[in-house]
Ligand binder design. Sequence first.
Ligand SMILES: [Zn+2]
Ligand SMILES: [Zn+2]
Length: 352
Amino acid sequence: MRAVVYRGINDLRLETVPVPTTGDDELLVKVAVCGVCPTDIKKIHYGTVPPPRIFGHETAGTIVHVGKRINRKFRTGERVALHHHIPCLKCHFCRHRAFAQCETYKKTGITAGFEPAGGGYAEYVRVMNFVLPGVVKIPARNSFLEGAMLEPVNTILKAVNRLNLLRGDSVMVVGQGPIGLMFTRILRLRGMKVIASDLLESRLALARKLGARLAISANEVNFSARVKEVSHKGAGIDAAIIAVPSDSAVQQAQQLLRGGGQILLFAHTVRGKVSEVDFSGVCVDEKDFLGSYSADVELQEEVSRLVFSRKLDVRGLISHQFPLENTGDAVDLASHPTGDSLKIVVSVKKES
Ligand SMILES: [Zn+2]
Ligand SMILES: [Zn+2]
């Protein structure tokens, strides 16, 4: 089968590799589409994990083989969305609900060959037994593309749940790429007043459509004053979600937050960069810093309902589809967004 293999920093190659063999308690899935995710891009650009690997973890496709020890729950021909990490639910980390830190969770349960890394940039993936609890069937009226969006939506819902929000709170979402826009929509659905900021006017227009109370250019001269206007009695916003890897955005958010508010970091995934923080803001003003990383399988049902009911309609957020052989271009575009690019997806379907 064809697969895009990561061979080193910024080196993705279309190669022919064996179709994965599956065990009696595993599935073989023919990949239809796979989203391009910033966390994979980071690994490709910075070489944070050793090659060779086949990336891609926002995968939807069709079951083509069901192991004989899996009875009835899955059938050949079913369209499914995959989920690549499952926590053990028993360890010290899991008991603290820090699922992404669990050793079992860190094992990837989907592979197209080599060290398991998602495998979605290939024609077929092997779905191991331990990640089957996260496999979701895609309803007939929904597309593979919608299925592939479950994983990123799950990470967003998990992050929103970490915040201590009350209905009507003002929440700033910095960055209105596909992730930021979905934050905007989900927070709006939860009754928050959303302040959306970005540099691209096209993205701000979309944020308005998705219900942002204020969508404002990060370069606006009166930025701080206009953001605070949205907050309760102008006292400062209740929370800020930083969906871009910008340190100055964090510092600015700290200024705009009311005492006791929260800042959630969602895009600071590159290690080793140090930044200045006035810690008295954390201590005296009780402005908390939080982070959130990856997905939570326990949210999978809620996520499916949100996406498949189209309350969170992800269809308008997918701007480009690239064929498998052009995965490198897909990664390039996702790492250098343009005015008309949002979520980028690799389509693996092949004629015949
Ligand atoms: Zn992802
Ligand atoms: Zn665990």
